[in-house]
Design a protein around this ligand. Structure first.
Ligand code: NDP
Ligand code: HSE
Length: 432
């Protein structure tokens, strides 16, 4: 049987999963590719570090040039995180004649135009299924299977680490820091987990998906975002009490030429498919004008599911399928963006508001007055029984009818100025 010689740059969480899949299931990949994918070089920073997968002797190296100069290697899995040296490594791989498969969404979201242009100039390809939603084949589905549609909306849970942490906190009362440490141990988190926790990673993935789905040249930095790092156990518990779960949701909604994009923790009605996505799982709901709603669900982070996506891309690249799709895919090309990004303030939704108050006879009247002045009507109010102690701080929870984010922001700012309010106003969008 023919062999395609392949290389890996990076053998951390994902690289180890890829090496394990290629080495332990070579017969399966050979059957599906019609050729053996043979690992020639695995480049890492530190060859002395213990590795969970034993490689054939002579394969592991810290010398990138060995891979670059080996003209028998045609496909390389680029599994290094961050921007530099990941960007330079990818350019050097392309320039030395390799087709690249990458899992690095931060790099694509930041330098996609440069890298894709360079690959096209050189007649090479970049495959990136693993860069969004781990093992879920969402890139192939949006860019190929659904491409007869005009995609109208995307809603996704795109960060496995955040979803894992929120699941552990909500279901078992695990403290945030312990849940994060477990996500890191399991290989879900980024080398810098701040990217997972502050919404950056989800925004980078949404920028990539939004580009494919809407043809929008949205830089991830333009996407209004908030992560789960400051969501409290108290709000998770109130959400559950009102029949919701808190999820870090990334969404894009197209109306005419106007695109609304946002990443934020939101209240999602319990029992709906997005609300029931647990642990390191991700999900994406896509609505196309002809297909209607389609829902994808699977593990969004971790060595094994990510390796599934990387190796599928390596097979597609080895057999020549990627070259065809890459050349037809106008991702990050010069074409003008057909959409305009709507300002976040115009977002219309229902909201959950919670703040702590001390006993005061006009609390409800004063708060309702502010909301009323901003055109916000209240759907539900919940106030814990006031204690004997007049200084006791107790949460007041309000759910609003449909309003705008701008109105909520202005009202929240005014509410915090009341002397009986003793905390910032937590505000979470309710996804309907
Ligand atoms: P890790 O930090 O676990 O691994 C990174 C690897 O890159 C290490 O093996 C490291 O070498 C190697 N490396 C770093 N710098 C260099 C260099 N200059 N030359 C050669 N090798 C280098 O990251 P992950 O495996 O978790 O993630 C890799 C990429 O995949 C990231 O872009 C991430 O966002 C993405 N991703 C991760 C997923 C996950 O579940 N973890 C899922 C989907 C995508 P050494 O081991 O010697 O330090
Ligand atoms: N750190 C990322 C996550 C890995 O938790 O979703 C998958 O891209």
């Amino acid at each position: 049987m023919d062999k395609t010689f392949v290389g890996l740059v990076g053998m951390g969480n994902v690289g180890a999963g890829v090496a394990r899949l290629l080495l332990d299931h070579g017969d399966r990949t050979a059957r599906h590719a019609g050729r053996i994918l043979w690992i020639r070089h695995v480049v890492v920073r530190d060859v002395l570090k213990p590795r969970p997968v034993e490689l054939p002797s002579g394969v592991l190296t810290d010398d990138l040039d060995r891979l670059l100069n080996d003209s028998s290697v045609s496909v390389v899995a680029h599994l290094v995180g961050g921007i530099e040296p990941a960007r330079t490594i990818m350019l050097r791989l392309l320039e030395s004649g390799k087709d690249v498969v990458t899992a690095n969404k931060a790099l694509l979201a930041e330098h996609g135009p440069e890298l894709f242009d360079r690959a096209r100039e050189l007649g090479r390809s970049i495959a990136f299924e693993a860069s969004v939603a781990g093992g879920i084949p969402i890139i192939a589905n949006i860019s190929q299977c659904l491409n007869a549609n005009r995609v109208e909306s995307l809603r996704g849970i795109l960060n496995g680490t955040s979803n894992y942490i929120i699941t552990r906190m909500s279901e078992e009362g695990t403290p945030f820091s312990d849940a994060l440490a477990a996500a890191q141990r399991l290989g879900f988190a980024e080398a810098d987990p701040a990217m997972d926790l502050d919404g950056t990673d989800a925004a980078q993935k949404l920028a990539i998906l939004g580009h494919l789905a809407f043809g929008s040249a949205v830089h991830w930095n333009q996407i209004p975002r908030r992560g789960i790092d400051d969501v409290s156990a108290l709000d998770l518990s109130f959400a559950a009490q009102f029949g919701y779960r808190v999820k870090l949701v990334a969404y894009g909604q197209l109306e005419g030429r106007s695109l609304q994009v946002r990443v934020a923790p939101m209240l999602v009605r319990a029992g709906t498919p997005l609300a029931e996505v647990r642990e390191n799982y991700n999900a994406i709901s896509v609505v196309g004008d002809f297909v209607g709603p389609v829902f994808f669900h699977g593990q969004g982070a971790g060595p094994a599911p990510t390796a599934s996506a990387v190796v599928a891309d390596m097979i597609d690249t080895a057999v020549g399928r990627t070259r065809i799709t890459f050349q037809t895919l106008r991702l990050w090309s010069e074409i003008e963006s057909p959409v305009v990004i709507e300002s976040a303030g115009r977002l219309a939704a229902k909201f959950y508001l919670r703040f702590n108050v001390v006993e005061h006879p006009t609390v409800l009247a004063d708060v309702a007055g502010v909301l009323n002045r901003h055109g916000i009507s209240i759907a539900t109010v919940y106030q814990q029984d006031l204690e004997e102690d007049p200084e006791a701080e107790l949460p007041l929870v309000l759910m609003t009818h449909r309003t705008t984010l701008a109105a909520v922001e202005s009202a929240a700012e005014e509410i915090t100025r009341f002397e009986f309010v003793r905390s910032a106003v937590e505000r979470l969008q309710i996804l309907d």
